[in-house]
Design a protein around this ligand. Structure first.
Ligand code: DGL
Length: 265
């Protein structure tokens, strides 16, 4: 059986790439809902319906464990899928999200003041605050900033503009003398901005990017859950399924993943 990755589009491929570098021997199935991207502005009901469709597809393709690599979908659907859908239809399989792993990392870092950049839905869901509140013993504060313009900029390949957009928010805060210990890139697409932001701000604060966090967390999860790990096959296969395939995606995917993967519907 395989590890599945769900995302609203292509951004989650950055997580797939990071995960497969760390754990290359397993078989992976990726589902990108390119037909319905972006999720960031949709209603909670729409996001649940679309995410459930993707999750069902991944389970039908023999995934035993699925990571919802999309922050928006993790925020709006994970709990309900775990509490209602899994017990009824797939009681012996698992679904994980990307928000709790980041929150755990923030707590471990002992940062006191953290900025979260994410989609409107992720911010309005309050999920990062909620999960932090459940675990936080060191009184970390998260300030959320919705940046709806950033995903479209990245989709258009305007990475420099996307970096500037986020950097401007940070600059404004720093200019007023505000303390910033960490910045959470709370959207799969923003992984592409992590290096440029790190270069620009140096060691002013820690940057929490999911491509650095999720592979280690998955590794730890599999060590703690040998009953799931034992069901995973190890032929190093990767399959990418997109709900809408455009010819220009092939080049994008090849560049993104350095030619190691082929999209097939
Ligand atoms: N993948 C989504 C996330 O991580 C961002 C893109 C979208 O709005 O669908 O939040």
């Amino acid at each position: 059986m395989k590890i599945g990755l769900f995302d609203s589009g292509l951004g989650g491929l950055l997580i797939l790439k990071a995960v497969t570098s760390k754990l290359p021997w397993y078989d992976y199935e990726y589902y990108g809902d390119t037909q319905h991207l972006p999720y960031g502005d949709k209603t909670e009901a729409e996001i649940y319906r679309l995410t459930k469709q993707g999750i069902q597809h991944l389970f039908e393709r023999d995934c035993v464990l699925i990571i919802i690599a999309c922050n928006t979908a993790s925020a709006e659907t994970l709990r309900r899928l775990q509490d209602e859908f899994l017990p009824e239809y797939y009681p012996h399989r698992r679904i994980l999200g990307v928000i709790v792993p980041v929150v755990e990392e923030v707590i471990d870092s002992a940062c006191k003041k953290v900025l979260l950049f994410a989609t409107k839905r992720t911010v309005s869901s309050g999920k990062y605050h909620l999960e932090l509140g459940k675990r936080n013993e060191i009184d970390t504060k998260i300030e959320s900033i919705a940046t709806p313009k950033v995903v479209p900029l990245i989709e258009e390949g305007k990475i420099g503009e996307a970096v500037s957009h986020i950097a401007t928010h940070i600059d404004k805060k720093l200019a007023t003398g505000e303390r910033i210990d960490g910045v959470i890139l709370g959207c799969t697409h923003y992984v592409l901005l992590a290096d440029a932001l790190q270069e620009r701000f140096g060691s002013t604060f820690s940057i929490f990017s999911q491509h650095r966090i999720i592979p280690n967390k998955l590794d730890t999860y599999l060590q703690r859950h040998p009953e799931i790990e034992a069901r995973l096959t190890r032929q190093g296969r990767r399959n990418i399924f997109l709900t809408e395939h455009r010819s220009d995606y092939d080049r994008y995917i090849a560049t993104l993943l350095e030619g190691h993967f082929v999209a097939s519907n």
